[in-house]
Design a protein around this ligand. Structure first.
Ligand code: NIG
Ligand code: FE
Length: 411
């Protein structure tokens, strides 16, 4: 089955297969072809070029993209998509003046979500997650990571991870699964958080590993959550089960999480709203990619990651939605791209690179998705009529996605 896309106004993010991640100045370029064609065979990118080079228009299906841009689907490397109920009541409290931390201290926040997960069945949780994932895909995301972390009991965490596994089996898109048992300290362990860390290491992890439910291991290293020492223990235990570290650090406070992450060879360090120059230096040449989550900064009114500094120091950067019911109830990656330009002063080229190839790298999916590359999956966005990719962040908050394709097929 061949599909030929013709008259593409701009075909974006064209890369050779050996380009895995973009760092520093490399992020400033977005390779493209104007007036292009793209050939897809059996769901895989087969070729591309300028329309002038297209000698015969022969394929099982021809899609005319006149006036439209075509780009690889967004890659969303950080989501908490599997949750029970929304927390719009807490949102109203915040609008009225309470802070995220004050709400958490009142028993809201992550513990509130955990209570809800443990009250519903796996099937109900699955159905809710299916609906959310459909919405994620409709907005142009073609690969994503999903975390547990709203169970905080052995059965609750397993329930979420089993739902993620079912999503992997149900949807034909790359999904990576992250075990985040160390997301918050349950009330019962408030006076002895180390005992909860032991529960994670001795009871949760072996079960997660036995059922082969996770690719990555995460911990929320933050004042009032997990210390760097506790995170270190969790990451080391995860490694013994073959799980790669991918962590939440420096959201509200800098308490030493970056150093521990780098020492544990984390694939990514996510959030980084509070980030010193010294910590930026710590990340250099370590293979750990910084990930910024601008929807969380917008929604909680906290600082944005100093992403300009991160890129200017020569590091790579990925951006992700952090889609979750507490700090970022949106999975709109186009808005993530726009906010990265508006609030973090990324150029459109840098933001699109951060949301595609670099985001794929942040999930170990760079060989499969994230660029227009021969041999990669044809997970694609066809935009509505636009003049240039600069208009993607410019028309912020608008739905610019006209058509979404997964494995070459229109969704
Ligand atoms: O990435 N910071 C920790 N975890 C999530 C928020 C979780 C929640 O509030 O439910 C985050 O922002
Ligand atoms: Fe998160």
């Amino acid at each position: 089955m061949t599909i030929l896309f013709i008259n593409i106004k701009q075909l974006l993010q064209i890369r050779e297969a050996n380009v895995k991640v973009l760092a520093g100045k490399e992020m400033a370029t977005l390779p493209l072809i104007e007036n292009a064609f793209l050939l897809v065979k059996n769901g895989i990118i087969q070729g591309y070029g300028s329309m002038n080079e297209l000698t015969e228009q022969k394929a099982d299906e021809i899609i005319d993209c006149s006036g439209r841009l075509v780009l690889p689907s967004w890659c969303d490397s950080h989501t908490h998509l599997v949750f029970g109920e929304d927390r719009s009541d807490e949102f109203v409290d915040r609008v009225k003046g309470l802070s995220y931390e004050e709400i958490a201290q009142k028993g809201g926040g992550i513990l509130n979500s955990a209570k809800k997960i443990n009250q519903i069945s796996e099937d109900v949780l699955f159905e809710k997650s299916v609906a959310r994932l459909k919405n994620v895909i409709a907005q142009g995301t073609g690969a994503l990571e999903i975390k547990s972390g709203y169970g905080l009991t052995v059965e609750g965490e397993l329930k979420i991870l089993r739902v993620i596994k079912r999503l992997k089996e149900t949807f034909n898109i790359p999904i990576k699964s992250t075990f985040l048992g160390a997301h918050a300290i349950p009330k019962e362990y408030k006076d002895n958080p180390d005992r909860y860390v032991e529960l994670i290491i001795n009871e949760m992890l072996p079960r997660v590993s036995k059922e082969n439910l996770a690719d990555f291991i995460d911990a929320f290293c933050e004042t009032g959550y997990f210390t760097p020492q506790q995170m270190d223990k969790v990451l080391k235990a995860g490694k013994k089960h073959g799980l790669i570290a991918k962590v939440h650090v420096n959201q509200f406070n800098s308490i030493g999480g970056i150093e521990v992450s780098v020492n544990n060879k984390a694939l990514s360090v996510d959030h980084l709203e509070i980030l010193s120059d010294k910590e930026i230096s710590l990340l250099k040449n370590k293979g750990t990619i910084p990930v910024s989550l601008p929807l969380c900064s917008l929604f909680l009114e906290i600082p944005y990651t100093p992403s300009r500094k991160v890129i200017d120091s020569g590091l790579p950067l990925a951006i992700a939605s952090d889609f979750n019911p507490g700090s970022a109830p949106s999975s709109n990656m186009n808005l993530v791209v726009a906010l990265s330009c508006i609030k973090m002063k990324l150029s459109p080229e840098e933001a699109i690179n951060a949301a595609t190839l670099n985001a794929a790298y942040a999930m170990n999916l760079e060989n499969l998705v994230g660029s227009i590359t021969v041999g990669k999956k044809a997970n694609l966005i066809i935009t509505r009529k636009l003049d240039s990719y600069q208009q993607l962040p410019y028309y912020f908050g608008d739905n610019l996605v006209e058509q979404v394709l997964l494995n070459g097929k229109t969704v």
